[in-house]
Design a protein around this ligand. Structure first.
Ligand code: DAH
Length: 355
């Protein structure tokens, strides 16, 4: 190779070594091999070379072209490797680091309400009881004084499962009340317990979901009266909604498993949705004194033991407490909604505030 070609090779090598990114690399490639590049120009000038030197010059230029192409390609690979290494280093996560104090995850509002309910009734001495989602007709209805063809069954929009062995079809439990029966059958009185769990009804709109959650309570002891029921539920509602003077009203009602039965309303402003004042009433839960026949169904003597019970929708009280109009987003796992309504697990909660 002649001196001018050797110089071009050396110059290009130096420029490539100095190029630290693909953009600089591409500028060099174009300046050498592009249509107006220096090597392209030299090849074009070959025609002007004296015929006796042309062959030798042509061979040298081809050799130079091969060498430059190899050097340029090799530099591209090196730069791409370096870029990938830098990106991987930048994205590396040290999984051994402790979580940042800023919210590693959020508590779903339904879970939060459940925690609060457990904390409040727990402080009153209640245990937590549980039962299956698939229930027999007897536990879901019969033992609760709702025999077949009882009109109250029509209120429940029940999901029935296939019948077996000639027995009535099992159901997806329509309420948590069957756990009252299970608890009384397995535990001698006195009983103070709550149940929180999934319940199912064939109903779906902005305020109803085919799967929802209920909280049930059951207190059985000697000498229980309506006064105990009222005191317990008023205390719960005022603590849960965090409104010391929340108006609470007990309204006569009917449930087959309680006698007398009462629906419980809280005071609110229907127009603004604000709880605690406004002169309107909003129904919030069902309750009553456990029906003597239900006690007897569980082998408990109603002359010795009395009790009261209540049932409440977990979604409903969550929506009221936090001003949510629609129940469907609870189950949609939309991160934007969860970030807005979720609770910081590291922030102090009611559990720590000495309920
Ligand atoms: N089980 C009833 C329902 O789902 C709610 C209920 C009412 C539960 C009164 C009770 C009660 O324990 O005493 O509509």
């Amino acid at each position: 190779m002649t001196d001018d070609l050797l110089a071009l090779k050396a110059e290009t090598d130096a420029a490539l070594a100095a190029a630290t990114d693909l953009r600089a690399w591409d500028a060099i490639r174009v300046a050498i091999l592009g249509r107006s590049g220096r090597l392209t120009g030299l090849l074009r000038d070959l025609g002007k070379t004296a015929p006796e030197q042309r062959r030798e010059r042509g061979a040298a230029l081809n050799q130079l072209k091969d060498a430059l192409t190899v050097a340029i390609d090799a530099r591209k690979v090196a730069l791409e490797d370096a870029a990938l290494d830098a990106r991987l280093a930048g994205e590396r996560i040290d999984v051994t680091l402790p979580p940042r104090p800023r919210v590693p995850g959020l508590i779903h509002p339904i879970a939060r309400t459940m925690e609060e309910i457990v904390a409040i009734f727990g402080a009153m001495g209640c245990t937590l009881s549980d039962g299956p989602d698939v229930e027999s007709d007897w536990f879901n209805f019969g033992a609760l004084n709702i025999p077949a063809h009882h009109p109250a069954r029509a209120d429940h929009d029940t999901f029935y499962l296939p019948a077996q062995d000639g027995k009535p079809p099992p159901v997806l439990r329509t309420h948590t009340s069957p756990v009252q029966i299970r608890t009384m059958l397995t535990q001698p009185p006195p009983i103070r317990t709550i149940v929180i769990g999934r319940t199912y009804r064939a109903d779906h709109d902005a305020t109803h979901s085919p799967m929802f959650h209920q909280c049930e309570g059951l207190i059985i002891d000697r000498g229980m009266t309506l006064g105990h029921l009222k005191g317990c539920l008023i205390d719960f509602l005022r603590t849960f909604f965090d409104i010391a003077n929340l108006p609470v009203r007990f309204r006569s009602s009917y449930f087959p498993f309680t006698e007398p039965s009462m629906e419980v309303d809280i005071g609110w402003n229907r127009r603004t949705g604000e709880l605690g004042k406004g002169g309107d009433w909003l129904e919030i839960l069902g309750s009553g004194m456990v029906h003597p026949r239900v006690l007897a169904n569980c082998g408990i003597d109603p002359r010795e033991w009395q009790g009261f019970a209540w049932g409440m929708g977990v979604e409903r009280v969550t929506m009221l407490k936090h001003g949510m109009a629609d129940l469907r987003p609870f189950y949609e796992s939309d991160l934007r909604w969860l970030r807005h309504y979720g609770f910081n697990p590291l922030a102090p909660t009611m559990l720590h505030e000495g309920v």
